[in-house]
Design a protein around this ligand. Structure first.
Ligand SMILES: CCCCCC/C=C/CC(=O)SCCNC(=O)CCNC(=O)[C@H](O)C(C)(C)COP(=O)(O)OP(=O)(O)OC[C@H]1O[C@@H](n2cnc3c(N)ncnc32)[C@H](O)[C@@H]1OP(=O)(O)O
Length: 301
């Protein structure tokens, strides 16, 4: 599904610097990617065809230290997703992390703290776009969740068709926004309700639950919990099951199920952006973000 991506100028501007990175240009083997393995991506996103599964790409998030979803990272993810959607040799994507212990720390707090309204608006448009592109993707998208996945990281996971989580008690997952003194937008809430049901979502959202793997499985926020060294192979075998379904029938069904939720945002994207800018710019919210960022720093001792 072609989505209006109002990022063209930004994309060009952001991509220009790394286009000079040897081998990192889209379509050529990236430096260090191994001989002959045709992969593409960018400094923060490596996309490799799965050598063991025809038509499957593995998209590795590598924005250290915590795969926080910065504007640049979002843009690179969007470009890689768009390229995969347009490359008819690919039918499925496994999204995983190259940052040990972290799937994604969620939205980059520094994109929302101390920023002017114009930047916040641009950032939020990119957040919307990433969700829409993953949630409505014609490809089979499987989350191989090999690390902690709070807030925006949880949203990315929930937007996949299937979620495999490593059985490590540190790898909690959930929409924990209230713990930061902020809230999840309605479309984050909608995806959680669609996944775990209204009452469980209501409780989890209000309390900012981060579910450890066993609870995540029980509540249904993930579909499978496996030993850490089996996450990728499990994702691959689930992918094979999903790709056994004729693409067209599966894509029409996915759209049938998901379009009403996506339409709620698509019909009011600008209003949602303005609402976000107003909310995040409040002194009280900026203070909450400041306190939370300080806590993160103090945690390091
Ligand atoms: C209608 C209104 C709508 C409002 C919309 C609001 C929506 C928000 C959705 C979000 O995603 S908000 C972000 C929520 N994320 C979190 O709460 C996670 C915060 N991070 C952590 O809990 C931990 O960092 C971790 C992920 C568990 C990893 O811990 P670890 O000990 O391994 O690393 P740290 O030392 O904590 O972090 C390293 C480094 O990274 C910085 N950092 C961590 N998370 C973020 C982040 N989300 N954004 C920006 N920066 C982050 C951290 O501050 C450290 O930085 P330093 O410079 O090295 O000190």
């Amino acid at each position: 599904m072609a989505l209006t991506v109002g990022l063209r100028p930004l994309t060009r501007a952001l991509l220009r610097p790394w286009a000079r990175v040897p081998g990192a240009a889209l379509g050529r083997p990236a430096a260090g990617s191994g001989d002959g393995v045709r992969c593409f991506g960018s400094p923060r996103v490596l996309v490799e065809p799965d050598p063991a599964a025809v038509g499957v790409a593995v998209m590795k998030m590598r924005n250290p230290p915590v795969n926080s979803l910065s504007l640049e990272f979002l843009t690179e993810l969007l470009i890689s997703l768009e390229k995969l959607e347009n490359d008819k040799t690919f039918r499925g994507i496994i999204i995983t992390s190259d940052c040990p212990g972290i799937f994604s720390a969620g939205l980059d707090l520094l994109e929302m703290y101390g920023r002017d309204p114009a930047h916040c608006a641009e950032y939020w448009k990119a957040v919307q776009e990433l969700w829409l592109r993953v949630y409505l993707s014609n490809l089979v998208v499987i989350g191989a969740i090999n690390g902690i996945s709070p807030a925006g990281g949880c949203l990315l996971s929930l937007s996949c068709d299937y979620r495999v989580l490593a059985n490590n008690p540190k790898y909690a997952i959930g929409l924990n926004e209230t713990l930061l003194g902020i809230i999840a937008p309605f479309w984050f809430k909608d995806v959680l309700v669609n996944t775990i049901g209204h009452r469980a979502a209501e409780r989890a959202l209000q309390l900012g639950f981060l579910f450890p793997p066993s609870d995540a499985l029980q509540v249904g926020i993930v579909d499978q919990v496996v030993p850490e060294d089996q996450v990728q192979s499990t994702a691959r075998s689930v992918m094979a099951q999903w790709l056994a379904i004729p693409d067209h029938a599966r894509q029409l069904t996915k759209n049938l199920v998901r379009k009403p939720t996506a339409d709620r945002l698509l019909q009011q994207r600008d209003a949602d952006i303005q609402n976000f800018v107003r909310f995040i710019s409040r002194d009280s919210i900026q203070k909450s973000l400041h306190v939370y960022l300080e806590k993160l720093k103090q945690k390091k001792g």
